[in-house]
Design a protein around this ligand. Structure first.
Ligand code: GNR
Ligand code: NI
Length: 177
């Protein structure tokens, strides 16, 4: 069981465009297991590989109440979008901030599962929102990009300040705490 570190906005590495996965082997399946462990521990309903500094097109999702419906998407592509819906979103890479984002209401996504078999899924609601949110991560995009520059900059400043504060605490000798 390995819990991976999650990159936080405004870390530039979150802007990397992930590349397609060519081989689905045991190394990749270990990464998938670690991503599920990390997502459930956070806790979150989804996690894109980009968030754990692995810039390949891979994401995991579980939107079930019981946390017993793990979904793994390799090289996901949205093949159809319909309607518009606004939902309040959060992100493990933007901790503590929740804002309304407009996305397609219903989508069809095509991907490979962890055996390398192609599957297609048509869905709406929270799962559709989450799939779009995770694919954005793989393209280097974050939900804060949909907000006004003013809101985004406020969030950036607060997270930068928190990051400096925690870095300071870590470098202080225990005797001064
Ligand atoms: O845990 C998460 N919750 C969430 C809520 C509304 C819309 C999207 C999400 S995804 C997020 C986990 C995350 O950051 N995935 O990239
Ligand atoms: Ni996210």
């Amino acid at each position: 069981m390995a819990i991976l570190d999650i990159l936080c906005f405004p870390d530039k590495r979150l802007r990397t465009k992930a590349t397609d996965i060519q081989t689905i082997d045991d190394d990749l399946r270990l990464m998938i297991t670690d991503m599920f462990d990390t997502m459930y521990a956070a806790p979150g309903i989804g996690l894109a590989a980009s968030q754990v500094n692995f810039h390949k097109r891979l994401m995991v999702i579980d939107v079930s109440e019981e946390k017993n419906q793990p979904l793994c998407f390799i090289n996901p592509v949205i093949t159809h979008k319909e309607g518009v819906e606004v939902m309040q979103e959060g992100c493990l890479s933007v901790p503590g901030f929740y804002e309304n984002v407009e996305r397609a209401e219903s989508i069809t996504v095509k991907a490979l599962d962890k055996q390398g078999d192609t599957f297609e899924l048509t869905t709406d609601g929270l799962l559709a929102v989450c799939i779009q949110h995770e694919i954005d991560h793989l393209d280097g995009k974050l939900f804060v990009d949909y907000l006004s520059p003013l809101k985004r900059n406020r969030i950036r400043s607060k997270l930068e300040r928190q990051e400096k504060e925690s870095a300071n605490l870590k470098s202080r000798p225990a005797s001064t705490l």
